[in-house]
Design a protein around this ligand. Structure first.
Ligand code: NAD
Length: 260
């Protein structure tokens, strides 16, 4: 029997990260979960995933703004499962404000969580992947890694940075069996997006349904939200041998947004 592969999915206590963790566990990988939340809820999630997928599932609460805690997350994964084959840097936050009012501490926090943590994690696991001659780095960027929207300067800058970092690592790892790609989804109805709806409705004097249709999905030609299961399935595909020649790509999953 071959040893199971292991993945770290950052920000996997919610939304897209949780969906990807479930999909990768379903494909037979051990999973290290990460992210914030109530300890009891996280433990329930961890135990359910372990039981349903029949793989090892562990949790580490490293804060993605702290390189030392990320090093600790990597060490804990190695000690739980003995290896790291796939990483999915996914943790991310959003903050919306005109640039002249954008709080400096919010800017710094978004750059750290959404961009620098991808570097902090990648640098620690790439040597092991190269040495084994196989690895997958799947960065969760955004349509905002390819195009901009107003009032999201830090987020758009960080996500464009992730796409650039992805290309660089793809080149550095190209001859070692390690691929590095970015998935660029449009809006997915996760807590990160749901939190923006009431404020936007209030600010624009429209209903929450109108916010979804006329604001969030305005740029999405299909007029449908992307689903976490669809992103999870793409992550699983990227881990297979069929995807061995896909590297350095920014893969849009955006209902046609960036085709316009
Ligand atoms: P979410 O708010 O549902 O989940 C975010 C996760 O990140 C949570 O598990 C949270 O605990 C974790 N997290 C936040 N700060 C952290 C920190 N400092 N350290 C460790 N973990 C931290 O958000 P989501 O919508 O699932 O977003 C996940 C990723 O997908 C983000 O990078 C986001 O930018 C990207 N994305 C989201 C959408 C969307 O429409 N929801 C679209 C494109 C890209």
């Amino acid at each position: 029997m071959t040893e199971k592969k292991t993945t770290i999915v950052t920000g996997s206590t919610s939304g897209i990260g949780l969906g990807i963790a479930q999909a990768l566990a379903g494909s037979g990988m051990n999973v290290m979960l990460n992210g914030f939340g109530e300890a009891a809820d996280i433990e329930r999630m961890r135990a359910e995933l372990e039981a349903s997928a029949g793989v090892g599932v562990a949790y580490h609460g490293a804060d993605m703004t702290k390189p030392q805690e990320i090093a600790d997350l990597v060490a804990a994964t190695r000690s739980a499962f003995g290896r790291i084959d796939v990483i999915v840097p996914n943790a991310g936050i959003q903050f919306v404000s005109p640039v002249e009012d954008f709080p400096i501490e919010k800017w710094d926090q978004i750059i750290q969580i959404n961009l620098s943590s991808v570097f902090y994690l990648t640098r620690l696991v790439l040597p092991e992947m190269k040495q084994r001659g196989w690895g997958r780095i799947i960065n969760i960027a955004s349509a905002h890694g390819l195009v901009a929207s107003p009032f999201k300067s830090a987020y758009v800058a960080a996500k464009h940075g992730v796409v650039g970092f992805t290309k660089t690592i793809a080149l550095e790892a190209a001859q070692h069996g390690v691929t590095c790609n970015a998935i660029c989804p449009a809006y997915v109805l996760t807590p990160l997006v749901e939190r923006q709806i009431p404020d936007t409705a209030k600010a624009r004097g429209i209903t929450e349904e109108e916010v979804k249709r006329d604001v969030l999905l305005a740029a999405q030609p299909t007029k449908k939200f992307v689903e976490v299961e669809q992103i999870g399935a793409l992550a699983v595909f990227l881990c297979g041998n069929s995807a061995a020649q896909i590297t350095g790509a920014a893969l849009s999953m955006d209902g046609g947004w960036t085709a316009q």
